[in-house]
Design a protein around this ligand. Structure first.
Ligand SMILES: C[S@@+](CC[C@H](N)C(=O)[O-])C[C@H]1O[C@@H](n2cnc3c(N)ncnc32)[C@H](O)[C@@H]1O
Length: 287
């Protein structure tokens, strides 16, 4: 298969313009990293019968796992700004996909349609990268308003600073990112993730803890890992065509356009991929 004939899911945008947010990409990325993601969700300490808000739920990858943790006596509200995700989650609710009551609402995290003190937890995964500094602070204030005193806010984000792969010139990815950095706000958001704890503390949350989890993929790649990484490299190769890079770097990225090529990095026997994800969890002070 030539990668040119198939557009990468990672660069397709939602109706609201967010890249890496369409259902096909979200589902693929989630499946490739599911074990680590579920471990992170579990580490928050969700209890049976909790009422949880999944803020920026996307295609709803986390919902069945949150539902399992809160059990039949728990409740979930899921919000997203992209209408297609809300429609999709509503379809899954109607099909009986979740073992607790789930409601999906079209809403922005900066202004939530819920009463004060409505939730035990806000879970917000891979959304902060799309928010400006102001929007992120507004969202954390909204989460603090809708969470009960003593309840939790958990913000999970991809850590742009941890990502690397091998074998390749160690700076080829840095130069690629550096070229995109000024114009791609989600990359800036991924580099900002490391400061989430301090922002939460500045906004009044207490007992804030933050950890980085490294997620690694190496040979032999499972088929879902291969599909996910093919999508990543195909997307990047397509973006690299438009960037101001050296001839050597252009050649490297051109080789990543065809995942069947023996020159593609994921076909190397010593191929290795690492990405980091940051989870910050804080508590709303008892008032
Ligand atoms: C990368 S996806 C993550 C989806 C899901 N949380 C996950 O981890 O699979 C980012 C999601 O955030 C949503 N989003 C972005 N900005 C938002 C905002 N201000 N309010 C609500 N949702 C937002 C996008 O529509 C998209 O579905």
């Amino acid at each position: 298969m030539s990668a040119n004939s198939k557009k990468a899911h990672s660069i397709e945008r939602t109706s609201t313009g967010h890249s890496k947010s369409g259902a096909a990409w979200l589902d693929l990325h989630f499946k490739a990293t599911q074990d680590e993601y579920i471990e992170l969700l579990r580490s928050v300490g969700i209890q049976p019968s909790w009422h949880v808000l999944d803020a920026g739920c996307g295609s709803g990858s986390f919902l069945p796992f949150i539902a399992d943790l809160v059990g039949p006596s728990g409740k979930i509200h899921a919000v997203d700004v992209a209408k297609e995700h809300i429609v999709n989650v509503e379809r899954r609710i109607e099909a009986g996909a979740f073992q607790c009551l789930v409601t999906a609402d079209l809403s922005n995290t900066t202004s939530l349609p819920y009463a004060d003190n409505a939730f035990d937890l806000v879970w917000c995964a891979n959304v902060s990268e799309y928010l400006t500094d102001t929007e992120l602070s507004e969202s954390i204030r909204e989460f603090s308003r809708v969470v009960k005193p003593g309840g939790l806010i958990a913000i999970k984000e991809f850590d742009g600073r941890s990502m690397t792969f091998y074998p390749a010139d160690p700076w080829v990815l840095s130069r690629f990112i550096f070229s995109r950095f000024p114009t791609t706000s989600s990359i800036q958001g991924q580099y900002r993730a490391i400061s989430t704890k301090f922002r939460m503390e500045e906004l009044g949350l207490i007992n804030v803890r933050q950890q980085t989890t490294l997620i690694e993929h190496s040979q032999p790649l499972r088929s879902v890992e291969r599909a996910f990484l093919t999508d990543v490299f195909t997307g990047w190769a397509s973006i690299a065509r438009e960037l101001d890079l050296s001839a050597e770097d252009k050649q490297f990225w051109q080789q990543q356009e065809d995942p069947d090529s023996p020159n593609h990095v994921i076909n190397q026997p010593n191929f290795f991929w690492r990405e980091g994800t940051i989870l910050a969890v804080g508590q709303v002070e008892k008032r």
